[in-house]
Each structure stands twice: as C-alpha cells, then as structure tokens.
Design a protein. Sequence first.
Length: 262
Amino acid sequence: MKHGLIIGMLLVLSACSSRYEHKNDFTPPSRPDPSSVAEPTPKREPMAVMGNGPTYKVLGKKYTVLQNPMEFSQRGIASWYGMKFHGHSTSSGEIYDVYQYTAAHKTLPLPSYVRVTRTDNGKSVVVKVNDRGPFHEGRVIDLSYIAAVKIGLDRDGTAPVQVDLLTPPANEKVRWVQVYALSNKQRAQQQQATLKNGIAPLPWPVEVHSGNQNGVTLHKVRIGPVPDGADLQGLLLKLEQMDIHDPVIIASHQLDGSVVHK
C-alpha cells in the first residue's frame, strides 16, 4: 500500500529511508494484544520540524497541510501498514513502530491526536498522527498495526471510519540546545548549575540527560524547549557571550530517551 514514508523518497519531506528489507507489507509474527499497550493521551506537542511543509506533491497530486486547525472531522476508508515500515522513519522523523498507536494522514499537521471510529461497528481508537499517507483514492488514514487490531481492521483490511481531531500540535516549533556531553556526571551538574544560576541565568529549563552511547555513559547538558526564531537566536548569542561555542541544536524528533536529571 502507498504510504507517507514514500514522501521522504519522492519529496525529501522527511528522513524516511527508501531501502526497505521487504518488497511487500506483512503482519508481525504474532497478533499483538491491544489491552497490553495504553492508547496515547492527547497532548499539545511542538510542531514537528519535518513533514509540515505548507504543500507537497505525491504521484502528481498536490496536498495542502492544514495550518493550526482547531476542529476537524472526516469520513472515508481507513487502512493499515505493518512490518515493511517497522523501524523506519516517518514523515515527522519519529520511528514507526507497529506496536504503538500511531497513524498517517495526508493533511493534518504533525503531530496531531485523533480518534478514529469505525462507522460500521462503533469501535474506536486514539492515535498520534506522525506520518503522511495513505495515497490510495478514497482512503483517509493509515493506522499502525496495533491500532488496526484494536478496531478489528487488521482482519478486514479496510473499513469505513470517521476521523475526529482531538489535539493539534502547538503552532510554534521548538528546539533543544545541547551545550555539553560529559563522561563526568558531577561536572555536567556543575555546568547545569552555571547555566541555570550564573551571571546570565536562562529562562528555559536546563537539564542533564544521562544515557549510554557506544558503550560509554554520557551526561548531556541541554537547554529547552526553546521557541524557534528570535528566542533561539538570542540564546545562541548569549552562549557565545559566555564563551560557549558550537552547541548542538536538536529537534523534538531527535531527542533520545535518556534519564533526565533536573
């Protein structure tokens, strides 16, 4: 089935890989139990850096991404996508996981949270829209495999649904600025205190993220989230004045799952 991941290959809208291990899509080795995984809680997240261009074109057709919608409802056919795309980047830059409640939509801003309700049996599921697609005529949303199982779509293949927007992303994009990556946790915490309470205290959170990288434990001092634009540029100038050069700027989809020390 056609899917939003193709956008990265056709339009460079995302970092999607075009090298898939399999030619055709298929299901996981065993059917997941939806009751073992909680549906996502809708929340207003920063708008994804990737996949949110005002327009894009796929297979000769132009699509316009909705800008800051507050209400949205749509009826049409839902489908699902599976293991062919598992582990690859979505249009927003997040990694597709067949065992998480996510979806692809052609025009909703990324990430959005929606409720998908089958109009033939009343079953529904809440999903996070983090991808583009499907690009089949008449289809309005592609569900991850576990979301499809939740409403019985995995067995039927396609079904009529209603898509209702629950929460759109925040209108502004944000970044995190990584200032240090140190092997010594105490030094990282000292740098964190300097940034938080020094001569030029910062108005944004300063945290230490500790995690393993290539077998080495690193403690990364990060500032953020910082609104993109003037705020981010002002922060970078302030860091320059503090003799801190070449920090790493990180988008939301690039954040790792390391342990955070406030």
